[in-house]
Design a protein around this ligand. Structure first.
Ligand code: ADP
Length: 190
């Protein structure tokens, strides 16, 4: 389990906001793993397992996988030893119930709450980026559904985190600019 002494960083924001890109950049700079729940789910689908087949249908629909499944996946991933100095969570939590679960996990381990970066980007820009990326769940209908699902949860998640270590980030700039902003904020943390 994440043993503290480092950062547990949560990246929030719509699909296509550049969370994955920033997670990888931060991981290289800070030397802690980037954990993408979307990637973990896609790997499960590729494995051809029974669970993978169920998950694939959910991904194609643009809906979310159940909180219960995601919470179990994250709890076991955070227990792996590469997370002992922290990690970057890209795509989790996505609902208030997941955020509460994460806080409970951290509290049980006597660890501080996560630092949350909420990526702000225009919808037009997001749709353009997703259209260019061309992943199998990046079809126009699925994109629209994912954005809708994101918006349904986003305001509640923001309410849950605001007032805590919560930072809104302008994510429309270049990857270098956005990384610079994130690292500046991290360097001011106690
Ligand atoms: P994006 O942020 O571009 O939508 P991700 O790779 O983060 O893509 O996620 C792809 C899909 O994986 C989501 O649309 C959702 O179905 C599923 N998923 C990923 N993370 C979670 C999560 N924390 N809770 C529920 N479903 C998730």
């Amino acid at each position: 389990m994440y043993a503290g002494g480092g950062n547990l960083i949560v990246l929030l924001g719509p699909p296509g906001a550049g969370k994955g890109t920033q997670a990888v950049r931060l991981s290289a700079t800070l030397g802690i793993p980037a954990i993408s729940t979307g990637e973990m789910l896609r790997r499960e689908c590729e494995s051809g397992s029974v669970l993978g087949k169920v998950v694939q249908d959910v991904l194609n629909s643009g809906q979310l996988v159940s909180d219960d499944l995601m919470n179990r996946v994250i709890a076991s991933r955070l227990r792996e030893c590469d997370c002992e100095n922290g990690c970057i969570l890209d795509g989790y939590p996505r609902t208030v119930s997941q955020a509460r679960f994460l806080d409970r996990l951290l509290k049980e381990a006597n660890l501080p709450r996560p630092i949350v970066f909420d990526f702000q980007v225009e919808t037009d820009e997001v749709v353009e980026r997703l259209n260019m990326r061309g992943r199998t769940d990046d079809k126009p209908r699925t994109i629209r559904e994912r954005l809708k699902v994101y918006r349904q949860n986003a305001s509640k998640l923001v309410r849950y985190y605001s007032g805590k270590q919560y930072y809104r980030i302008r994510a429309g700039g270049t990857p270098e600019e956005v990384s610079g902003t994130l690292l500046r904020i991290l360097s001011c943390q106690p």
